[in-house]
Design a protein around this ligand. Sequence first.
Ligand code: B12
Length: 405
Amino acid sequence: MEPPTLTDLRQLAAAVKAEARASGFDLCGIAASDPFEREGRALAEWVGRGYHGEMAYMARNAPRSPRPRAVVPEARALVVVGMYYGSPDEPAGGDEPRADPAPAHAETDASRDAAPGPRGRISSYAWGDDYHAVMEPRLRRLAGFLLERGARVARYYADTGPVIDRAAARRAGIGWYGKNATIITRGRHGSWVFLGEVLTDLPLPPDPPAEGSCGRCRICLDACPTGAIVAPYTIDARRCISYLTIEHRGPIPRELRPQIGDHIFGCDICQVVCPHNAKTLARTHPEFAPRPGVGARPELIPLLNISEDEFRRRFRGSAVTRAKRRGLRRNVAVALGNLRDPAAIPALLLALADEAEPLVRGHAAWALGRIGTREAREGLEARLGSERDPYVREEIAVALAGCAA
Ligand code: B12
């Protein structure tokens, strides 16, 4: 068979992009499969400084993820896609999108006053269905299309493999790196896009890389409550609220807990404050609209002592399962400690007595110390009498010292 001409490949690239749109992606571009030199160096340095924290897979994959052909040796091109998950409205509660929308991803939420109990905050990427599950069948369809059109290899990923999704997106023209490290798109999707790619042996002609700049703006660096954006384009994950509430498994460093505020899963602050996200589109995919039982602002007290069955039922198909029940309960305790609502004391005392989970007991102790009423202090003193775990004993001692102060 004759090798395809450039015209054939250009037509095919256009057909692939049309298929990406038909598959439900908002953005599509094509990148060559050459190594990502700058990003590879940045990644090696990032891992070298320990910024990946406990994400061992980041260190493991660092040598090969900047080289697409180390992942798929036949790869000649990457078909990169983006799916918009933003919306100008933040819904009120955990269950239903509300009728009178609040301003975009508002940090102050009138619903809190009307709500029966304290509420936490889930980052918008996790309000709806798990994006991995939403993107997988679409990527499969796109890969199938490439195979039908002559590709012998079409392997796809969306946060699921050793590929630097953002580097691929930049090179494919989808968006450019903001100082908050997110890919900011050129259109009205801002940075609220999930990224994925198909690696193929078809030598599709590449698009020009996206160019853009934050100029002198440093709003995101200054807005991050934990100072996790240690330099433009560089996140120390160990300080990032997203990492601490999702990926980190052990106790959250005590000095960072107050800055976590009411975030119980992920964080959007560095994106909410970004001027490039000021005028984004209405929601395009209902899959990412708040799900019943998850949503944006779930009530915290019922979540603190949620049973394993209820956790599975409520969060099935949601990204929140990534934190696991124990991690979510830890995060809820931290948020309750920050909100300091004495109505949470009975639930916190129950969590303090949870024999199965020292991690939850330790963070419940911290929260009780922050609330600091007599009831909270007496509960802590009583538990100290029976607590055997040295970590939890330490948390109780620190909490009691805080109460006294
Ligand atoms: C590890 C990881 C995390 C970690 C670490 C974050 C991080 N910034 O690395 C944690 C758990 C903290 C995290 C959080 C989030 N994540 Co995440 N995460 C990843 C993952 C798996 C790898 C990212 C990575 O390679 N990190 C390594 C570091 C070195 O890369 P980097 O920070 O992007 O740094 C780049 C720039 O610094 C650039 N660079 C270096 N020098 C210079 C110099 C200049 C001048 C320029 C312009 C650029 C530049 O090169 C570096 C390497 O690419 C990707 C999926 C994937 N397979 O790629 C998703 C991914 C990056 N995450 C994503 C999302 C949605 C999030 C959250 C928004 C979720 C949330 N709401 O809580 C936050 C955003 C936090 C943030 N500001 O980055 C999306 C990002 C989409 C987008 N539009 O950018 C991705 C691509 C998943 C996906 N497929 O959609 N994440």
